[in-house]
Design a protein around this ligand. Structure first.
Ligand SMILES: Nc1ncnc2c1ncn2[C@@H]1O[C@H](COP(=O)(O)OP(=O)(O)O)[C@@H](O)[C@H]1O
Ligand SMILES: [Mg+2]
Length: 278
């Protein structure tokens, strides 16, 4: 029986190691409130306008969730799937023809405590659902050096780190990069500066982050772009209109500097299983 389970696990790990072409983009920050959720949503909107099928995975339990920004409440979240209260097909909420989101609830934290067999079953379901239905999965991670953030960011094909020019946000971004580099060996990060006054400010901020990262870690940060601080965005979010033309245009510029066709060396879900000890 033991042998059989081990064999099954190995077979599954082999399968999950082969991505069907879905790419995983994580959006992480050291500090909350820097615009992660807004960026995740707008990346989803931009890619879906190009005809790509996009799933936003809302891993942030904070106050400004994807569903609050859109004003649509999901009835079921990842935690319900884990507890057996929902099937995977019941989780996604449709934003437009090509864009869906799934609320993580407390699911990502619960994954870590599941027995191996159950964990494997859940991860297999997520793998099949994501890889069969979507070209991109955008993951909005919890802020700070959270176990879940470290795991999701280190497994993503494209790890984006978001910060504002504020010194505290910058130091927290550095601390997050350092931990993910030291613990998980990730060497390449893509940095976007949000709420900047000018390109010059954003560039200077990105450079000082890059210098710190190069001095104290063996990682590298690639500055891919910035968004201006815009007062109206706060209003937009209150009005549940998370898409602003100018913000989106600047983000689109930043995405040009990313290789969105990148091929993950190893499947996202098999890396997740490994990090969770399977
Ligand atoms: N470029 C910007 N200019 C002005 N306000 C912004 C900008 N980006 C985000 N915000 C505002 O900052 C707040 C936090 O954004 P949010 O996306 O919820 O951050 P996070 O997910 O990192 O906590 C929201 O009120 C949002 O409208
Ligand atoms: Mg958020």
């Amino acid at each position: 029986m033991k042998m059989k389970l081990d064999q099954q696990l190995n077979l599954l790990k082999h399968m999950l190691g082969k991505s069907k072409g879905t790419r995983y983009i994580s959006v992480s920050s050291g500090k909350g409130g820097v615009g992660k959720t807004l960026v995740s949503i707008n990346i989803g909107e931009i890619l879906s306008e190009r005809g790509k099928r996009v799933l936003i995975f809302d891993g942030d339990l904070g106050l400004s969730n994807v569903h609050l920004m859109y004003g649509i409440a999901p009835t079921k979240d990842l935690s319900d799937l884990i507890k057996g209260f929902a099937t995977i097909e019941e989780l996604p909420v449709k934003v437009n023809e090509h864009l869906y989101f799934i609320s993580g609830g407390s699911g990502f934290q619960e994954l870590a405590d599941l027995p191996k067999e159950r964990l494997t079953t859940i991860v297999q379901k997520l793998y099949e659902y994501a890889e069969d239905n979507f070209d991109y999965v955008v993951i909005d991670t919890p802020p700070g050096i959270h176990r879940t953030t470290v795991m999701l960011t280190s497994c993503a094909d494209i790890p984006i780190i978001l910060t504002t020019p504020e010194p505290t946000a910058l130091m927290d971004a550095y601390a997050l990069i350092k931990v993910i580099n030291r613990e998980e060996g990730v060497e390449n990060f893509y940095v976007i500066i949000n709420k900047a006054d000018s390109y010059a400010e954003a560039k200077a901020v990105a450079e000082s982050l890059s210098l710190m990262v190069m001095k104290y870690t063996n990682a590298r940060v690639n500055f891919i772009g910035f968004m201006h601080y815009r007062k109206n965005l706060i209003r937009n979010v209150v009005d549940q209109k998370p898409v602003d033309k100018n913000f989106k245009e600047e983000l689109r510029e930043a995405l040009i500097n990313l290789d969105l066709e990148v091929n993950g060396k190893e499947g996202f879900w098999s890396k997740i299983l490994k990090k969770l000890g399977v």
